[in-house]
Design a protein around this ligand. Structure first.
Ligand code: HEM
Length: 501
């Protein structure tokens, strides 16, 4: 009996492998790096900093090429122009997500918006998020974001012993938590109510990493796992806990003016269970990304005192001794340019999230079959010398005209916002995030001089511009120290008053 099963298994594997090889040979996908028979390029892919390897291949194979994971093709987009064509202009057929069986089916049970295909449920959720977070609606959160930025600066001033990253993390969590669930600032010295969500997110992310997912490499194991409870135990337990946490947070949400979003769910036909997961998705998508961008901002400021000085001259001229506000934004284009350049110079989500072709389509004479996974290599795109002169330099002026005014956004390719992805899947919290980053950076630049800490011999303890760590979706600088010296007389009182509002 065992022998027959083993022979059958080998036969099935053989058929699948031969079919995969035939597909590769007859495909009209753009060429890419040669791989091994059956395995494709799997063994050439590093488990960390994958975007760097894919960028190196872009230099060799051009802005659009294919790699293979076994018999599954992955189309890699390495220039802003190609990405705009494929993911923006052809978004009607390039906006699904890959099957990602372990994360989607077993861990999230298809409840999380980021991993859903363009289903009716996904559309309803995107519509309700758009209604509350579009560029106009997002301004309703400005007062809360400004208060949080004041509290961030106050924390940095009063508690220099608390690591910079820890304080940014609290700020990012508090802003998104309050926008979604209402309530007050998460205090720096108190227990963080978002801790459990973050622990669960980290646990989930680790488990769903491609190298930890056998079923995504051998998809025909899916029915077996679905039938045998024991195989699913880790995923089921994780989902159970996350589901409870999502419900607890949702039920406790305050019907304040700020958490406007929840009121929209019934209008768009979103059930309570879906709304619980949608709000959780917003928190998960918004917290780490914003925290990462701010950390990269800190690193950039330490390496570029000239950018800091220019921004501070503008802030002093506009605000003097009072803190910056959203009303000052038009007169502070250099701060917005710093935010845009931070997101370009070291994009925190360098490979965006993968898309998938829902139908076959043609592009530049190639034929891309339905089911092809599409990797939006934002890292390559933001280093394209044809678009960004001296791409490795941190230069906010690239987003300004000769008079120092912000250049208009390029509607067609949105070159100033590549870090937020593309097409119909473009980041749902983009405008909200840009507001958060603007006010936080404006406050920190207005309030402090940025200096490296020094060791016992007075030597600066520097973190290099490439000393990054990869945490699967986001990449961010390794932990580094920063000394923030107040620039204003009576800064503490001014910040205390700004926090009170
Ligand atoms: C600096 C901050 C942020 C960055 C760099 C960022 C980046 C991204 C990227 C690259 C994607 C994938 C886009 C694609 O697939 O083409 C994405 C998706 C998403 N982001 Fe953001 N994001 C940020 C902040 C936020 C915030 C604050 C929120 C919520 C308020 C948010 C909510 C979402 C959601 C819900 C999605 C999934 C969209 C979908 O699958 O349809 N993000 N983000």
């Amino acid at each position: 009996m065992f022998n027959i099963s083993a022979i059958l298994l080998v036969l099935i594997l053989g058929i699948v492998a031969i079919r995969g090889e035939m597909n590769k040979r007859t495909s009209r996908l753009p060429p890419g790096p040669p791989g091994l028979p059956l395995l494709g390029n799997i063994l050439q892919l590093p488990s960390q900093f994958l975007y760097r390897k894919l960028s190196a291949w872009s230099d060799r194979y051009g802005p659009i090429y294919t790699i293979w994971m076994g018999s599954q093709p992955y189309l890699v987009l390495g220039s802003a122009a190609v990405s705009a064509d494929v993911l923006d202009r052809m978004s009607a057929v390039t906006s699904d997500r890959p099957p990602m069986i372990k994360p989607r089916v077993f861990f999230f049970k298809d409840m999380i918006l980021m991993l859903q295909d363009r289903t009716l449920t996904w559309r309803a959720q995107r519509r309700s998020i758009h209604a509350s977070l579009n560029i106009h609606a997002a301004t309703r959160y400005n007062a809360m974001q400004a208060q949080e930025a004041a509290y961030l600066a106050l924390g940095l001033l009063q508690h220099p012993e608390k690591p910079f990253r820890r304080q940014l993390h609290r700020f990012a969590a508090s802003v998104i938590f309050r926008a979604v669930y209402g309530g007050d600032t998460i205090q720096l010295l108190e227990i963080d109510p978002t801790k459990r969500i973050e622990e669960l997110t980290e646990e989930g992310m680790h488990a769903v990493m491609p190298q930890n997912s056998v079923v995504d490499i051998v998809p025909f194991l899916k029915p077996l796992i679905q039938r045998v409870k024991w195989f699913r135990k880790q995923a089921d337990d994780w989902f159970g806990e996350m589901d409870q946490e999502a419900k607890r947070r949702y039920d406790k949400a305050l019907p304040t003016d700020v958490n406007f979003l929840l009121n929209l769910c019934s209008k768009y036909g979103i059930t309570k269970h879906q709304a619980m997961w949608m709000t959780m998705a917003l928190f998960m998508a918004g917290q780490e990304t914003s925290d990462t961008a701010l950390c990269i901002f800190g690193l950039a400021m330490l390496h570029h005192p000239e950018a800091v000085s220019t921004a501070q001259r503008q802030l002093d001229a506009v605000c003097g001794d009072r803190p910056p506000t959203f009303e000052d934004r038009e007169k502070l284009p250099f701060v917005d340019a710093i935010v845009k350049e931070t997101l370009r110079w070291r994009p925190g989500v360098p490979l965006s999230l993968p898309h998938r072709a829902s139908e076959e389509f043609e592009y530049r004479g190639y034929v891309i079959p339905a089911g092809t996974v599409i990797l939006d290599n934002v890292w390559s795109q933001t280093r394209d010398p044809a678009v960004y002169k001296h791409p490795e330099s941190f230069d906010p002026t690239r987003f300004l005209d000769d008079s120092g005014t912000l250049l208009p956004a390029t509607a067609d390719t949105h070159l100033d916002q590549l870090g937020f992805g593309h097409g119909r899947r473009v980041c749902a919290g983009r405008d909200f995030a840009l507001n958060t980053l603007f006010i936080a950076c404006a406050y920190m630049l207005w309030a402090f001089r940025f200096e490296w800490p020094v060791d016992e011999e007075g030597k600066e303890i520097v973190c290099g511009v490439d000393e990054f760590q990869d945490t699967s979706v986001t990449v961010s600088p390794r932990e580094f120290g920063v000394v923030l010296k107040p620039r204003k007389e009576g800064l503490e009182e001014t910040l205390l008053a700004a926090v009170k509002g």
